[in-house]
Design a binder for this molecule. Structure first.
Ligand SMILES: [Zn+2]
Length: 368
């Protein structure tokens, strides 16, 4: 491609050689005058120094090798000068850096204030959830997790909500569509409590079990000041030989004191949950008025905070299908559950549950 522009040498006297090489020097300088980009520099390098079709290679083979012996030394010296010149031009172009205009366009005013990057912080829900978990972790509980999209079996049936049982109406939820061909117990839904993880844990691990299960749950509840269709729970399960209701009371009394202060009292009222028998609601003495009665506790001095009870033998029977050690005649246990939002609202004096999910930085910044 470059052969055409290199003429044959017709004369070998000093003046002719001088002219021929001067012409090449000028060409190289002209070529090197506009080497603005790495691509252009590479094109220049290939044109002059390319191993196969470069001009210097061409000159070497066409001028030097065919020259008469007496002219070879002179051509060789000029050839080396030309090569040195081309290499210098290339070096200058490579090291020259961007143009002044390019530099001006990229200039940064280092006196301007920097872009402030906010440090992340725990969301109040996450923080409260971690606080609850750590209270139980200190008692030797480990943390269990499980899927949010659950089967009917784990969410309801194994928790002693039989198909068609009215107790299911208390925990209506979203059901995954198009599952009519599946057996009812395998149909998928959004879990209404973290209790399915209790069953999943027992199926995999013989007693003793002590776990807390934090997580997101879903219910068909209309949004209002204290309800949300999505919220968070921490549940707990303790199973071993000779676990009694006293153990349950002592554990939860300790946990409430650890969360709300040592002066907090607890009291237990009979209640109903399908998966525990007997079941209880737990109230704590009002943390706002110390039990004297105020607007927050509706003048009662007490605030209802969690549900609990002794694990129903029917639940153990489901676990025993895979782990025979869950024989209700030999072991017993308790379970409890609390809403993280409810506790966070109490701890931080928040009156609207929706604040937690609005993503409003003015709200969230208060917890940094
Ligand atoms: Zn009160």
């Amino acid at each position: 491609m470059t052969t055409a522009v290199i003429p044959d040498l017709t004369a070998y006297d000093e003046a002719a050689l001088e002219r021929a090489f001067a012409e090449l020097m000028e060409q190289a300088a002209r070529d090197a005058a506009h080497l603005g980009s790495p691509d252009a520099i590479e094109t220049f390098r290939l044109k002059w120094l390319g191993r196969n079709q470069g001009r210097l290679n061409e000159i070497s083979s066409r001028w030097l090798k065919s020259a008469p012996p007496q002219a070879k030394k002179s051509i060789g010296l000029r050839f080396n000068e030309l090569k040195k010149k081309v290499e210098e031009l290339l070096e200058q172009a490579s090291g020259a850096g961007p143009s002044d205009a390019a530099l001006a366009a990229e200039a940064i005013d280092i006196t301007l204030p920097g872009t402030r990057r906010l440090t992340g912080a725990e969301h109040p829900i996450t923080r409260t959830q971690n606080e609850i978990v750590s209270v139980f972790a200190a008692l030797g509980y480990s943390v269990g997790v499980g899927p949010e999209v659950e089967t009917d079996f784990y969410n309801f049936e194994s928790m002693n909500f039989p198909p068609g049982h009215p107790a299911r109406d208390t925990q209506d939820t979203l059901v995954v569509a198009n599952q009519e061909r599946r057996p009812p117990r395998d149909r998928l839904l959004l879990r209404t409590h973290t209790s399915p993880v209790q069953m999943r844990t027992m199926e995999q691990q013989p007693p003793p079990v002590r776990i807390v299960i934090p997580g997101k749950v879903h219910r068909n509840d209309a949004m209002d000041a204290t309800h949300s269709p999505i919220f968070h729970q921490v549940e707990g399960l303790c199973v071993d030989a000779n676990i009694t209701f006293s153990d349950l009371k002592g554990t939860l009394d300790h946990a409430m004191k650890a969360l709300f202060g040592s002066s907090v009292k607890t009291r237990f009222f009979p209640s109903f949950f399908p998966f525990t028998e007997p079941s209880a609601d737990v109230q704590i003495s009002c943390i706002f008025c110390g039990g004297k009665g105020c607007r927050k506790c509706k003048q009662s001095g007490w605030i209802e905070l969690l549900g609990c009870g002794m694990v129903d033998p029917a639940v153990f029977a489901f676990a025993a299908e895979k782990q025979p050690a869950y024989d209700p005649k030999k072991i017993s246990g308790f379970a409890f559950g609390m809403g993280v939002e409810r506790i966070a609202m109490m701890k931080y004096g928040i009156s609207e549950i929706g604040q937690f999910y609005a993503g409003d930085m003015r709200f969230l910044n208060q917890f940094v």
